[in-house]
Design a protein around this ligand. Structure first.
Ligand SMILES: [Ca+2]
Ligand SMILES: [Ca+2]
Length: 280
């Protein structure tokens, strides 16, 4: 009976993209299973004819603003494959991110997957925010490994030669940072292709303050959120991984700061500057 209800509820989703979503009370959010891509923002973000913006699941591509190496190539690949095409969307346990974007795998009707194409070309890296569910990541891991071994795309860039890559740095929390210490965070991704244990790795700010990372396994492609405030580190691979810097107040300076991550030998793995352009 449950299965029947499930089928009745989700059955019409393929058509939901063409019309208003069916009303549902206290039911899972209705999300489009198929839609046309009307705009490609960058290599991992597109807009559908439903009005939804979709953040690609599994892969992160270089930014266009500020410009990062291979960001344009990633966007062009995504546009060539998807623009004005009808696509199939597949979802994991979490269907929207904090920005309201859908998080989905994107494939064309002939089964070509954007995530795989980007990884094969070296125009993006594996980017996993648990929970993963029952998805088999092995083909994606293998595609990334082949591109890395061949030095394709981003793998020729120094920013991806370290084992960890900083994918975002939110030095300025939403609202007053003193009231929202947990809103300050960085996200770091394991781009080494093997499981790393973070024990002895360090993060520093622009003035030389330093925080030692705890023993925590980070499988290939997995990301960990490094949050300024107090909390209990979360190392269960079935949930979002999180390390707390245990600070009472804000850590990162809103006007200018820099996060740098070091391995236990003191080698810089990646660094990212926060310096908003002054308004004039
Ligand atoms: Ca701040
Ligand atoms: Ca703020």
């Amino acid at each position: 009976m449950l299965l029947l209800c499930f089928a009745l509820f989700f059955g019409p989703l393929a058509q939901a993209a063409d019309g208003p979503a069916p009303a549902a009370d206290a039911a899972p959010e209705v999300v489009p299973r198929s839609a046309r891509v009307v705009a490609v923002y960058d290599g991992d973000t597109v807009t559908l004819d439903t009005g939804d913006r979709v953040r690609l699941r599994w892969v992160n591509t270089p930014e266009l603003k500020p410009a990062e190496a291979f960001g344009v190539e990633a966007r062009e690949l995504a546009a060539r494959l998807l623009l004005n095409q009808r696509v199939i969307l597949d979802y994991g346990p979490v269907v929207r991110d904090g920005y309201g974007r859908l998080i989905a795998g994107i494939s064309t009707e002939d089964g070509t997957r954007l995530s795989m194409k980007l990884l094969e070309a070296g125009y993006g890296h594996l980017f996993v925010i648990p929970p993963v569910g029952d998805f088999d990541m092995a083909p994606l891991v293998a595609a990334e490994e082949a591109a890395r071994a061949a030095g394709k795309g981003i793998w020729s860039d120094d920013r991806y030669k370290g084992a960890l890559h900083i994918t975002s740095f939110h030095a300025n929390a939403r609202g007053d940072d003193r009231e929202n210490v947990h809103g300050e965070y960085a996200r770091v991704c394991n781009v080494s292709g093997r499981t790393l244990n973070l024990d002895g790795y360090r993060v520093t700010d622009i003035t030389g303050n330093s925080w030692r990372m705890p023993a925590m396994d980070l499988p290939p492609g997995y990301t960990v959120k490094i949050t300024s405030g107090k909390g209990q580190d979360q190392s269960d691979l079935e949930q979002q991984l999180e390390i707390f810097l245990q600070s009472d107040g804000p850590v990162w300076n809103n006007t200018k700061d820099r996060i740098t991550i070091y391995d236990p030998s003191g080698k810089v793995l990646d660094t990212r500057l926060h310096e908003p352009k002054s308004r004039q």
